[in-house]
Design a protein around this ligand. Sequence first.
Ligand SMILES: Nc1nc2c(ncn2[C@@H]2O[C@H](COP(=O)(O)OP(=O)(O)OP(=O)(O)O)[C@@H](O)[C@H]2O)c(=O)[nH]1
Length: 769
Amino acid sequence: MSLRGLQTFSRMIRGRRLFAAGLQCCRCRLSCHVKRHYSLLPDDVKSLRALVNPEISRIRNIGIMAHIDAGKTTTTERMLYYAGYTRALGDVDDGDTVTDFMAQERERGITIQSAAVTFDWKSHRINLIDTPGHVDFTLEVERALRVLDGAVVVFDASAGVEAQTLTVWRQAEKHHIPCVCFLNKMDKPAANLSFCIESIRQKLKANPVLLQIPVGSGKNFTGVVDLLTSQKLMWKMKSMRDDGRVFEVKALDRSDDPDLLQVVSDARTALIEQVADLDDEFAELLLTDFSENFDAIPSNKLQEAVRRVTLARKGVPVLCGSSLRNKGVQPLLDAITAYLPAPNERHHDVMRWYKDDLCALAFKVLHDKQRGPLVFLRIYSGTLKAQTALHNINRNSTERMSRLLVPFADQHVEIPSMTAGNIALTVGLKQTVTGDTIVSSKASAAAAARRAQNDSEAGKRSRECASVILSGVEVPDPVFFCTIEPPSMSKQADLENVLNCLQREDPSLKVRVDPDSGQTILCGMGELHIEIIHDRIRREHGIETHLGPLQVAYRETILHEASASDTLDRTVGERRHVVTVELAVRPVDVASVGGSCELAFTEELEGQLSAEMKEAVENGVHSSFLQGPLLGYPLQSVSTLMQRVTIEPGTSPAMVSACVSRCMLKALRLAGGQILEPVMSLEVTVGDDHLSSVLGDLSQRRGTVRDIQSRHDNKVLLATVPLAEMMGYSTVLRTLTSGNATFSLELDTYEAMNPQEQNTLLKRLSGLL
Ligand SMILES: Nc1nc2c(ncn2[C@@H]2O[C@H](COP(=O)(O)OP(=O)(O)OP(=O)(O)O)[C@@H](O)[C@H]2O)c(=O)[nH]1
């Protein structure tokens, strides 16, 4: 196979090369000596290997993130087109983009699943993951971030920082990912550069480093001035169908608009001063060699300094353009290669511990009807080879990977091996789940563990850091659930199988069986999430399922302290089981979303219980935490103290657990139950004319308005509102505002319901209303 894959790849590249050769390269034609990557490629296998496995310093693993509709998909499509990977420009509005390849995405015009796309730009390999903007798919963004080295954050230049931008920005910060900002939609009349810069500064608390000045505004936006080189990049569109591939690069001169010259001169000086403030090396160079004339600093020195500032996350480069109008995307690609880090510039402990041994993280699983599960891997160290056995640390299992592919959205090219820094797609890994760590063998994992242990003993790292498992993706708790039924009992097994596959692909989807009714329950992140899952089961797996009404995932807690004791005395067969338990429960601070439950033992009891019986007690308590006494929802913010456990010889651990659970239920009932409901933070952007009707509607939904801000001609309404009141909100908002409003919804906290509402809920859920 080693040659077969390369030959396929060679055929494909040759096809593209012919295509690429027929194109005019924007920059080559005008000034520089940059050549198209593929046009130089010889046909021999050795060179193809180099193409498949580029030098690590030339790889960029990049994400594109943004608020919904900011233009991520449009921007990605332009990148693929200019890089020579697509022959025609895809358009989200026409439903023919490359990255949004799932049927639902094309129909709905939104990105649901991250699609990894690999392409080359000016001798660099770019692995790009288009991430979804809808809050229901936040986990997709999180998964992508976990394996990325850098990100492009796309903004709607007329809106600046929006709710979801803030969320993805925080996620990028959490993973220390250097970013480049792209102010898209500069062609909109309301586009506003200074407003965007200010909102990046104020809302993201970031340090925007402006690298370009737009030329013209609204419909007359025609290009940008590069502040590093003082060159004007102009897209002189001959017709509406002009693809923007060709643009003019010209040094600014006296014949240019004096106002523009002044703005550029001021902005360049500000840029130099700003970078000097952020980078000592640049400041020193400036003061020693260019103290007479800062402006004479060569653009490459300024670029190197901006790169250091970006990698250190001291500042974030800002560029502008209009993807839809095909302007400004090529400089954005240049910025990705110039400012965002290569994999070897990022710090991952595992690289040290595994040295040249393979270590990779599974960050996405897809199910392909013909090929079975396809697992996306980010390779951190070593080489991944096709047709080898791989060890999965998380599952402690070894399985064979049959084929290795390079992902090109929904097309895949087979290759024999792949080196560190790359993103690969594997066939044959049937047990691997998103978040698992893959290494070459158990022995290699043990060797890495020893190195990690030595490190931690030498005091270089804390014990937690010494884990050889790459930390997985945090999966948020689902807030919605509903029952799902197959069309007939004969399809039940098929449905279970499909749900298993979907869960491996999407860890934010939870499936469980109701112990009382035996019904299958789907738990998801939002209405849209569950709707899409339902749709996929029908389209991709051909099963027509019936969904029950969507319900909110409440939680429960207790109001007071309470103690209880219980004795279980049961004879099963010949064996008598006797256990007595005494325990106390008390409410602890309801610490917003994460308020977990705790269990403690008295010191005396800690010494008395064997490890096996202690585990049995813990199991009994933890199973009670999963089912509150009021409605059976999980408990939050409850602390349990085990005071006494006496166990007669011959009693089984299962009986101990059962007695503890029963005693817990007694105590929890005595402590008085309280329902906690998920409360969402809501952001609605609406025109002045419709603000009052949106506010009126919100007051009927038990909403609390926190703030109303102005954004150009719009108002941005920030509120909190119980999730239970938000079912079908998108339809209502569309009707109220004739489609002139957008909103985003995110879990804020769990709050105690007032007694009256709690009573109504209890009656409704027990069928009394
Ligand atoms: N005026 C203008 N509209 C744009 C521009 N770029 C994208 N759009 C439009 O904005 C809308 C959203 O674009 P997408 O590319 O789907 O945005 P997205 O961020 O990928 O959206 P999601 O995948 O749903 O998060 C579409 O109607 C695009 O045609 C631009 O530069 N100017």
